[in-house]
Design a protein around this ligand. Structure first.
Ligand code: PH4
Ligand code: ZN
Length: 283
């Protein structure tokens, strides 16, 4: 069933677990995620970036996810990942998305607050949940100094002001993760996470979680992360699945025999993430 992001994340916040938010770009990825969530009896967040919408089309994505959600026996939220323009956000709101992220993290605090507040007002009037982001994620390196951390990681006091002023339902924070593949091992600022969770007492979101060691993910969940974004690890499984087909049979040309094994490999990755995040068996 299709539900709001808030209903899934409030339950995770109360229950002390995290829900996987998996990026979708095509039918096989969607099917892999939904099958994994069904088998693990887990709530799930299907998310689409602006890039995914440009690639697949808003109508295709909306129709596919709504169909998958209506057939599913676990709660499914349809979430816009890193929405940066009013245009995309409003389009998603009117096309069935039940949750949107407004990413104003590149703006100064006051501007981020003003834009996020405006989005929250419209979204909440329509019963749609809002995630926002504070701090900067990309380009984070391993050996970052304390002063650099203070400049780009989420500031707990600012986070408190931000949430009070905007009324967002969940907050994505920067504590040392980055999008894409890591060069070294990411080191997360757990003290910062603990402080933010204690001060905000609301659902916290972790982006850039692919490639983060399992122990770090478990610790982040124990300290209050409730939504964990995974894209890169699914892309890798898709590509590995396709490569393995061609390694065995280079002359293969039936898309079903190429994408089918890739779908199975993605499903296995999603199932493992769901168990790691602790949301299996929550439905
Ligand atoms: N995301 C995924 C962003 C995908 O434009 P695009 O479709 O390439 O955007 O928000 C994550 O946090 C995923 O992080 P990951 O790279 O560690 O999987
Ligand atoms: Zn992200």
């Amino acid at each position: 069933m299709l539900v709001t992001g808030k209903s899934i994340l409030d339950a995770a916040h109360k229950g002390g677990y995290a829900v996987g938010a998996f990026n979708v770009n095509n039918m096989e990825i969607l099917q892999a995620i939904i099958e994994a969530a069904e088998e693990e009896r887990a709530p799930v967040i299907i998310q689409t970036s602006e890039g995914a919408i440009k690639y697949a089309g808003i109508d295709y994505l909306s129709t596919m996810v709504k169909l998958a959600a209506s057939k599913a026996t676990v709660p499914v939220a349809l979430h816009l990942d890193h929405g940066t323009t009013y245009e995309t956000i409003i389009k998603c709101m009117t096309n069935g998305w039940t949750s949107v992220m407004y990413d104003g993290s590149h703006h100064p605090l006051e501007e981020n607050i003003a834009h996020t507040k405006a989005i929250v007002k419209i979204a909440h009037a329509a019963g749609i949940s809002v995630e926002a982001e504070l701090g900067r994620l990309s380009g984070v390196e391993d050996n970052i100094s304390v002063s650099e951390k203070d400049a780009i990681y989420t500031n707990p006091e600012e986070a408190k002001i931000f949430v009070n002023e905007t009324g967002v339902d969940s907050l994505a924070i920067a504590i040392g993760t980055a999008h894409g593949k890591y060069k070294g091992e990411p080191k997360l600022d757990f003290d910062r996470l603990k402080t933010i969770k204690e001060m905000l007492n609301m659902p916290i979101v972790l982006h850039g979680a692919s490639g983060v060691p399992e122990e770090s993910i478990k610790k982040a969940v124990s300290l209050g992360v409730n939504k964990i974004n995974i894209d890169t690890d699914i892309r890798q499984a898709f590509t590995d699945g396709i490569k393995s087909v061609f390694e065995k049979k280079p002359e293969e040309f039936d898309p079903r025999k190429i994408c089918g094994p890739a779908r199975e490999m993605m499903k296995a990755v999603v199932k493992a993430k769901i168990r790691l995040f602790g949301c299996n068996g929550k439905v």
